[in-house]
Write a protein that binds this ligand. Sequence first.
Ligand code: HGY
Ligand code: MN
Ligand code: MN
Length: 418
Amino acid sequence: MTGGSAIDGRRLLARLDAFAAIGATPAGGVNRPALSAEDRAARALLASLGAARGFSISQDAAANLFLRRPGADNGRPPLLIGSHLDSQPTGGRFDGALGTLAALEVLETLEDQNIVTAGPVELVAWTNEEGSRFSPGAFGSQVYATGAFPWGWQDTVDNNGGRLADELAATLAALPQAAERPLGGSFSGYLELHIEQGPLLEREGALIGVVEGIQGTRWLEVSIEGQVAHAGTTPLADRHDAMAVAATIIARLQATVMPADANARLTVGRLTLTPGAINVIPGEVVFSIDLRHPSGPEIDRLEAEIIRLVSETAEGGGCHASVRRSMDVAPARFDKRLIGIVEDMAKRRSFSCQRMFSGAFHDALFMARLGPAAMIFVPCRGGLSHNEAEYVEPHQVIAGAQVLCDATLEAVAALAVA
Ligand code: HGY
Ligand code: MN
Ligand code: MN
């Protein structure tokens, strides 16, 4: 590797091990739900590591956590670098943690080498990016970007009845050493390192993904209301079987949406039915739909198609149905200058790189609405993510963090004069 400030790869790999121990699962993954005790432990460790290097620690009302390293002119808006620490229940040790800990490695490298940046650089660890415990995902960055909490957020509960509002308050209280900061705020640019979470880079043999944008994501909750009845005595004509209707809808969607369009993604990841007894016809089924596409209008068309199919199938099965949106993030395009900086930095290090779009949503999606944002991807083995087997080779971890460091220095200088 040539030029620039070399990061300490050994330190970064050790940090990833230390954070992977927080919420570690027997299968080698992590279960660190947003705003859980595990999430609070990871935040506390990050804050203590930052404080040990003299970085100032702050958090906003959404519990987004910031570590600030001052620059020459601290009147300038900071360059923000970071990602998230929360994980899926059967998550991997790199999703979110890689970008957050690589950002810490960048701050520490600048400190170690007494590099004075034109303006301040701030690490941010966003709250509840995953959205798996509390909807919507990218919660912290959405609150940062809009300056407001999503409508009805105080009523949000997790599957065990845990209230988002209570867990947020407990998380804020668990970090008394973090100064309070207002929501939002200006920034000169945003850079995020993340694993690709898909197979493209590995398949193409590229070490660095230069991300140009993120596809749109819409989460729907479909509720089917039928009638609870006896499994043995109720003939077909008298059934209002919510599960039969749900199964028909899901089978129809799986047979049409993705086979018809290689860019469409439709996933039913969660399904509950009541009462759930083996010899009782289900009276209610609620299932999720995670719908994605690079085109916003196409998401709208697919949603309308889903709503029509749900209503027709429910009616045909003697049931009622409703469809509710629980998350809706439009496609985002990143900043051309920052994309160019990421690509130049990768090439300067002679890292093979490839431009691409992100199939996963990320906090950068909301930051791109406010200012210049871009992302750096590294491959993950087999493209696997949201899976405990998620894995990134050490040299890929180090290369990604090195590009983040080089791009940070380049962006602070370039955006300072913008
Ligand atoms: O679901 C997503 O796209 C993100 O990985 N949470
Ligand atoms: Mn992530
Ligand atoms: Mn994720």
